[in-house]
Design a protein around this ligand. Structure first.
Ligand code: 48F
Length: 257
């Protein structure tokens, strides 16, 4: 019966996919632009990488451009990443390029999956695995379970490195600090919280702040700004792309050294 074969095709391949991702090199929490770019470069380097996003459609804040005007801006320094993802772009003003936000977001996702990253959508990461004072994986549950407040236990996924790419809330960093009484690699040892908008400082600082924030836990994108207390930058996306690239480079250097 075709009806049964359709169901079996989905169920058996899905659980095969899940099982293959129970022990990762890198677990990425959050599928915004920085997390997806990281997934692409990590997978391209041959690492086992999965990205978990709580939404049905990963892509974070990139789909909507600014105020739902679905265009984004990227500066010269990050244009090589736009080219790497085969995204169409137009020069707009000195050193600035514009592109369609829907094409850009879909291209990032498409290329990351084609490079070998696995994307799990509708997964919320609610905690990390914390063994011997090292972040060693993620604890995941269905987003609808958490939204409904159902009392259902999560599943555990081991990872040599975890990336917090959760955006403005920097959820993983907050959770690790709150639950385990540890100090993060910030000026205060805690999540400082992002500052008001400044494009030049924000774009530079998000890349500088992309780092291992606690053993086993890396931070990229707006989560890096929020943790280190640097300014937001609005709908210019070069810093997000460069931050994703940087966190991938740091982990590739560590795991393939
Ligand atoms: O915020 P977001 O787009 O991440 P980003 O890579 O990019 C920021 C820009 O979009 C924009 C900006 C640029 O100038 O300021 O805001 O830092 O995407 C974060 C993603 O993480 C998911 C969330 O659904 C979103 O897609 N997310 C957040 N918390 C969790 C999560 C969680 N606990 N588990 C799974 N996914």
């Amino acid at each position: 019966m075709i009806e049964k074969r359709v169901s079996r095709g989905i169920i058996s391949t899905y659980f095969d996919k899940l099982e293959k991702n129970l022990d990762l090199d890198v677990a990425i929490v959050g599928g915004g632009p920085s997390g997806i770019v990281a997934a692409y470069y990590l997978a391209k380097a041959g690492l086992r990488v999965a990205l978990f996003d709580r939404k049905l459609s990963p892509g974070g804040g990139m789909w909507g451009g600014a105020m739902m005007f679905n265009q984004i801006v990227v500066q010269e320094e990050a244009l090589h990443i736009i080219k790497e993802f085969d995204i169409n772009y137009e020069p707009y003003d000195e050193g600035l390029y514009v592109m369609d936000s829907v094409e850009s977001t879909s291209a990032l996702l498409y290329k990351a999956v084609h490079a070998g990253a696995t994307v799990f959508n509708c997964y919320s990461v609610e905690d990390v695995i914390f063994k011997n004072d090292v972040v060693s994986g993620v604890v995941v549950n269905w987003t609808p379970v958490l939204r409904e407040g159902l009392h259902v236990d999560p599943l555990n996924i081991m990872a040599k490195c975890v990336i917090d790419g959760t955006g403005h809330d920097s959820e993983m960093c907050r959770t690790v600090a709150r639950k385990n009484g540890i100090r993060l690699a910030t000026d205060t040892g805690a999540v400082i919280g992002e500052r008001s908008l400044d494009v030049v400082a924000g774009e530079a600082e998000v890349v500088n702040g992309t780092k291992e924030i606690y053993p086993g836990l890396y931070v990229c994108g707006m989560a890096a700004s929020a943790v280190s207390g640097t300014p937001r930058m609005g709908p210019i996306f070069g810093g997000m792309l460069l931050s994703g690239r940087r966190v991938a480079d740091l982990i590739i250097e560590r795991l393939t050294r």
